[in-house]
Design a binder for this molecule. Structure first.
Ligand code: SF4
Length: 238
């Protein structure tokens, strides 16, 4: 869709953003947006090349995220409808029977299933993060080149099927007895980029730390306050 309603702004947290969650959200409101996706830096491409990925750790980002989330809840209470999109996606998984199709929170992983990226040179990647990894010289998730391979060969390639096979969260150590597993995912590209392994050791995983904290906090906020619970139900039903 084109036009005023068809424009979105992709937010990424830099070191300078920490402590300014309210300012960023206020700017989104001032520009007429009705939602924001508070995103942390990813360990690929530009963020690694410029060394900005190491600018803060998961704990610092979570502090920023929860400050923003609580501010958005306050805004809604004062009559300004506004949504935090990552929370809304998780709440959809928690409170409805629907799948969001968000690649990072799927089990098996959403790479090559919910996403596929065709690069300018014909190389096909299982996700945009896989392509960013290739820009750093690592083509582990390259499914092949469309000038050389058939559709069946691309989607049946080991580059896709091996990480997919390792991405069933229910059979992964720690995830297999985690209460949040139905809401979580696997993200083999993230774990490969940070730990050199498709599964990754979850006690050392920023993905696990971030999502577990968000799951716990969303549930806690709903338990603490019936009005927040009603708001979160509305976000889930969007
Ligand atoms: S929160 Fe951590 S342990 Fe639980 S399912 Fe997600 S990644 Fe696995």
């Amino acid at each position: 869709m084109l036009g005023y309603e068809g424009v979105s702004a992709l937010m990424t947290t830099t070191r300078a953003s920490l402590g300014r969650a309210r300012d960023i959200i206020d700017e989104y409101l001032a520009q007429g947006f009705s939602s924001i996706f508070l995103r942390s830096l990813s360990p690929y491409g530009f963020a690694i090349k410029t060394k900005t990925y190491a600018a803060y750790d998961t704990g610092e980002w979570l502090k920023f995220y929860f400050e923003g989330l609580r501010y958005i809840v306050e805004l809604n209470r004062s009559g300004r409808p506004f949504v935090e999109s990552y929370a809304a996606m998780i709440l959809t998984k928690m409170l409805t029977p629907f799948e969001t199709g968000y690649v990072d929170l799927m089990s098996p992983a959403g790479i090559g299933i919910s996403a596929v990226v065709y690069n300018y040179d014909g190389d096909v990647y299982a996700s945009d993060e896989s392509r960013m990894l290739a820009e750093m010289g690592d083509k582990t998730f390259c499914m092949g080149n469309l000038h050389e391979r058939t559709y069946e060969e691309l989607f049946g390639s080991d580059a896709l099927l091996t990480p997919l096979e390792a991405s069933f969260a229910a059979s992964v150590p720690m995830c297999n007895d985690c209460a949040f597993e139905p809401y979580c995912g696997a993200d083999p590209v993230y774990h490969y980029a940070t730990q050199g392994d498709f599964v990754g050791r979850k006690p050392l995983s920023g993905f696990c730390e971030k999502n577990m904290a968000i799951f716990r906090t969303l549930i806690g906020m709903m338990e603490e306050d019936p009005e927040t619970k009603r708001l979160f139900r509305r976000w889930a039903a969007r």
